[in-house]
Ligand binder design. Structure first.
Ligand SMILES: Cc1cc2nc3c(=O)[nH]c(=O)nc-3n(C[C@H](O)[C@H](O)[C@H](O)COP(=O)(O)O)c2cc1C
Length: 368
């Protein structure tokens, strides 16, 4: 059996991922005014033990108003920075594998409730806040009407992204990923469904996200890695399309970004998305082929053979997984075992290694 691509190291910017399995960013809705708490320590601890080549911390607001919910993390205060530094320190105590953070702004999708409370716009008695966007168009029926951002406010937001990236640098993250997907602020500028401005930021819809990317690139060290999560499509006629995504990625590459994660959807509530195993992988392949950018595929990837095929056939350079890794944080260990690859376990857990069990071949769960 050739050495599996999944477990082949990858150079990303100035860092090396020991394998190509990435824990996709996942909001935990458990922060206090943007600061990570005990839940995050448990969550990061779990994934520090997972063996994944990279763990990306959830969508983190560059400003307080840029959080999706009251429970989302931020990097807008010294308290946020200190709490995240504590969590990253815990992670570093368990694994040498790199860790990243996704920095974003929710724009018109901010001020909403947790998914388990409906994921709806906050009501009058739930401390809602004024949302902002390229144009005063709500995300959907019943959603807050955002305030159109002025040019001055856009400058302020670029500064906020830069300050958040500087905080991430001090914390010691290896990777920063800009959230330019899923209908959040940077993507709201890109999509004609949400950006109907008549100024320079509407004539050139890539302008604001690229200004943010260039500004962050200036402060983010070359010896670490900088990327973006992007949408390949809005899945709506008249919306953002794969050809637009190719053009955007070319510009991101020119701006010095090291990778993109290729996702889709969530720009408007009524999109019809043909969800199926690996349904976004073709977009990663297109972008990788047409731009030569390093890409990460994501979306309905759950089986180790499926993940290996995506990489071995050159459709992507990494795979990110969210739900499969939440479901089974030992996914990486088991995939390594399946492909006959030895990976580092935390020594405290080394005796769980199947090849270390007396009688492991007879039955899991019976050996002592
Ligand atoms: C609990 C949860 C939280 C998520 N939070 C984020 C997030 O913070 N940023 C982001 O870009 N995507 C987020 N996503 C989307 C995932 O990163 C991923 O793109 C999506 O779930 C598809 O991958 P999967 O099929 O492996 O779950 C989240 C998904 C889940 C399940």
């Amino acid at each position: 059996m050739p050495h599996p691509k999944l477990f082949t190291p990858l150079e990303l910017g100035g860092i090396t991922l020991p394998n190509r399995i990435v824990v996709s960013p996942m909001c935990q809705y458990s922060a206090h005014d943007g600061s990570m708490g005990d839940w995050h320590l448990a969550h990061l601890g779990t994934f520090a033990c997972s063996g994944a080549g990279l763990f990306v911390v959830e969508a983190t607001g560059a400003t307080r108003e840029g959080r999706i919910t009251h429970g989302c993390t931020g990097l807008y205060s010294d308290e946020n920075e200190a709490a995240m530094a504590r969590a990253v320190q815990l992670y570093r105590g368990i694994t040498r594998n790199p860790i990243g953070v996704q920095i974003g702004h929710a724009g018109r999708k901010a001020s909403s409730s947790f998914p388990w409370q409906g994921g709806k716009p906050l009501g009058a008695h739930e401390s809602p806040w004024q949302t902002v966007a390229p144009s005063p168009i709500p995300f959907g029926e019943g959603w807050h009407v955002p305030k159109e951002l002025s040019k001055e406010e856009l400058k302020g937001l670029i500064d906020a992204f830069v300050v958040a990236a500087e905080r991430a640098k001090r914390i010691g993250f290896d990777v920063v990923e800009l959230h330019a997907a899923h209908g959040y602020l940077l993507h709201q500028f890109l999509s004609p469904l949400s950006n109907q401005r008549t100024d320079a930021y509407g004539h050139d819809r890539m302008r604001f996200p690229l200004e943010v990317a260039r500004a962050v690139r200036e402060v983010w060290p070359k010896e670490r890695a900088l990327g973006a999560r992007i949408n390949a499509t809005d899945w709506v006629e008249g919306g953002w399309q794969p050809g637009d995504a190719v053009a955007f990625v070319r510009e991101l590459k020119r701006a010095g970004l090291d990778f993109v994660c290729v996702s889709s959807g969530a720009t408007v509530p009524h999109a019809k998305i043909p969800v199926a195993p690996g349904y976004q992988v073709g977009f990663s392949q297109k972008i990788k082929t047409e731009t030569e950018m390093t890409t990460r595929a994501v979306g309905m990837i759950a089986d180790p053979r499926q993940a290996e095929e995506i990489l071995a056939s050159g459709k992507a350079d990494m795979v990110a997984m969210a739900r499969a890794l939440l479901d089974n944080p030992r996914w990486v260990w088991h995939a390594a075992e399946r492909f006959g690859v030895a990976i580092d376990y935390p020594p405290q857990y080394a005796r769980s290694r199947h090849d270390a069990w007396p009688g492991a071949k007879i039955a899991r769960g019976q050996a002592k």
